[in-house]
Design a protein around this ligand. Structure first.
Ligand SMILES: *Cc1c(COP(=O)(O)O)cnc(C)c1O
Length: 423
């Protein structure tokens, strides 16, 4: 029953290769194939399903909206659904956090908000160069690929990727604390040969790049260096945002305020395509239409995004506590997995966490064993050497424990096999 995918669909497809099933229905953290097999989802659409599949609190307003005869598509024209989203985002997210951002709707994908952020930073500063980090991932269109690290993905561009340099992410030099004084030095030294950049773009946790997680103090230093040198700080919160690392924005714990913020994946809350670019009010120097797109006004996405904010974020403390409790359970479970293998350790923050193995093949083998046992987990990192877990923020403690048991069992099989092979 998978013939048509193999004969007609391009071989560019990737996730379906590790998970050769045909998924049909879904509910919360449960996924069902068309022949009725059940899987537990610790992948969550790479972070597009932070509130689980088909969350009831979002489904009802969505169905009501679709039945009401209200508009679906509206470019960037005004609509009541967009008004309600903007009001809710202001009241539930921006105001309580003292953030004075303007909101831009780029095209509905993560790479599109990154493109908008890079364009705006270049336009505001009149500079071309952008600094990004080793193992960064910011999307697959040309501008976003330019600031992405992965060589396989970069090669896909087919043209030179220019106007960006990679600099070492926190902890890149193996535990060597990096206080960014070297960055300050090359920016000050007119003989350093480093062009003054328009912006620095950073993920607080590198979702695709191996779950490297920056320390709050490092993010603070980065923010201070940028401020001192009049360089814009862009936080790409496409994956780590929307509660994934514990707070709505992943940079809240570091106490920094980026100049530009990119959001997408879980902003609609329902897996509907939607993206936002947030920026300091004084940076809003766009000419009307200078960055536009046909799908910037998807009203069903505005409706579910509004419902997600109302249902999960209006009582911010309660939801943050719930995420913290699940995150502690997840990290406990991951410590047990890491303890099985020599040199393995836990990485990540909040519900964006995993285990890195010395054996570069271990993570993929464990993910495959987990799939055979009914659990979806993916891998991350340049060699897919990191097992990556992203359960729904709303997962029940029971489902989380069940998934971690499966994972431990799968890991024992793989690590045990290795030990036998070594004898
Ligand atoms: C997924 C992701 C993107 C790209 O989003 P798309 O919707 O796939 O274009 C950009 N940045 C980060 C950090 C991501 O995780």
């Amino acid at each position: 029953m998978t013939d048509i995918f193999e004969t007609l669909e391009s071989q560019v497809r990737s996730y379906c290769r590790g998970w050769p099933a045909t998924f049909d229905r879904a509910d919360g953290s449960a996924l069902f194939t068309e022949d009725g097999q059940q899987y537990l989802d610790f992948f969550s659409g790479a972070g597009a399903l932070n509130y689980g599949h088909n969350p009831q609190q979002l489904l009802e307003p969505l169905l009501d909206y679709l039945r009401s005869g209200s508009i679906t598509h509206s470019m960037d024209m005004h609509s009541p659904a967009k008004r309600k989203f903007l009001e809710t985002f202001q009241d539930v997210i921006l105001k309580p956090r003292d953030l004075d951002y303007k909101i831009m709707f780029p095209g509905p994908t993560g790479t599109n908000t990154v493109e908008a952020a890079l364009k705006l930073a270049r336009k505001v500063t009149g500079r071309q160069h952008v600094l990004s980090f080793t193992n960064a991932f910011h999307g697959m269109t040309l501008g976003a690929l330019t600031v992405t690290g992965n060589s396989m993905k970069r090669q896909g561009a087919g043209v030179p990727l220019t106007n960006s340099s990679k600099i070492p992410y926190d902890d890149y030099l193996d535990g060597e604390p990096s206080n960014l004084s070297w960055l300050e030095r090359v920016l000050e030294d007119s003989g350093s040969g480093v062009d003054k950049p328009a912006a620095v773009i950073v993920e607080t946790v590198q979702g695709e790049g191996g779950l490297n997680s920056a320390r709050a103090s490092w993010l603070k230093s980065l923010s201070e260096v940028c401020k001192r040198h009049d360089i814009l700080l862009i936080v790409d919160d496409v994956q780590a945002g929307c509660g994934r690392t514990g707070k709505f924005f992943s940079f809240e714990d570091a106490g920094i305020v980026p100049d530009i913020v990119c959001l997408s994946k879980s902003i609609s809350g329902y897996g509907l395509p939607m993206a936002l670019t947030l920026f300091r009010r004084d940076l809003d120097i766009w000419t009307p239409g200078e960055h536009n797109g046909t799908f910037r006004g998807s009203n069903p996405a505005f409706v579910t995004a509004t419902a997600a904010l109302e249902n999960f974020w209006a009582d911010r403390e309660k939801f943050e506590q719930q995420i913290a409790a699940r995150a502690a359970e997840l990290h406990d479970g991951l410590e047990k997995v890491a303890a099985l293998a020599e040199g393995a350790s836990v990485r990540g923050r909040g519900l964006l966490a995993g285990v890195v193995f010395q054996d570069l093949e271990a993570a993929e083998k464990i993910a495959s064993e987990a799939f055979d046992r009914g659990l979806l987990v993916e891998t991350s990192g340049p060699e897919s050497e990191v097992l990556k877990l992203m359960p729904a923020l709303t997962i029940s403690p029971e489902d989380l424990a069940r998934g971690l048991d499966i994972l431990l069992d799968a890991a024992k099989t793989v690590v045990g096999e290795r030990e036998l092979a070594a004898v």
